[in-house]
Design a protein. Structure first.
Length: 164
């Protein structure tokens, strides 16, 4: 199995194929609209706006496993992200990132990185950066602000241009 074999669904249930992102840098984040880290949506959107034209894709995977901080329905969550946080990057339907119902994207990414808690995700806004070759590049803690990823994103985007 590799990253490009995986899929997710939009909040309205349409498929999102990771294979559509071949050659792009993908930032995957488990999100929540009612978390103390929710202001990170703005930083994620800024990265999306600044680098989407150069090959960055930001994917938000809403999750309600941490303190019930994503209680909204898929439609309400998508609308709240757009209206309250200016989110225009792609969101998925709500998923589990830990436990028996872990979404395949997170199963795959967690299998590639250890954290202080082993492979499990400890909170909302854990971030994973995937290179243009589909290989997971780095995992970032929930408290790592999106702007701190910029150096790694730029490094991977240069790799994208070099292979184009």
């Amino acid at each position: 199995m590799n990253f490009y074999d995986l899929e997710a669904l939009t909040p309205s249930g349409k498929p999102i194929k990771m294979s559509d992102y071949k050659g792009k840098v993908v930032l995957i984040v488990n999100t929540a609209t009612q978390c103390g880290l929710t202001p990170q949506f703005e930083g994620l959107e800024k990265l999306h706006q600044q680098y989407k034209g150069q090959g960055l894709v930001v994917l938000g995977f809403p999750c309600n496993q941490f303190g019930g901080q994503e209680p909204l329905s898929n439609d309400e969550m998508e609308s709240t992200c757009q209206v309250n946080h200016g989110v225009s990057f792609q969101l998925t339907e709500k998923v589990d990132v830990n436990g028996p119902g872990t979404h395949p994207v997170f199963k795959y990414l967690k299998s590639k990185f250890w954290s202080i808690l082993g492979r499990s995700i400890k909170w909302n806004f854990t971030k994973f950066l995937v290179g243009p070759d589909g290989k997971p590049y780095q995992r970032y803690a929930p408290t790592t602000k999106p702007e701190k990823l910029e150096k790694d994103i730029l490094k991977l985007l240069k790799t994208t241009k070099a292979t184009a």
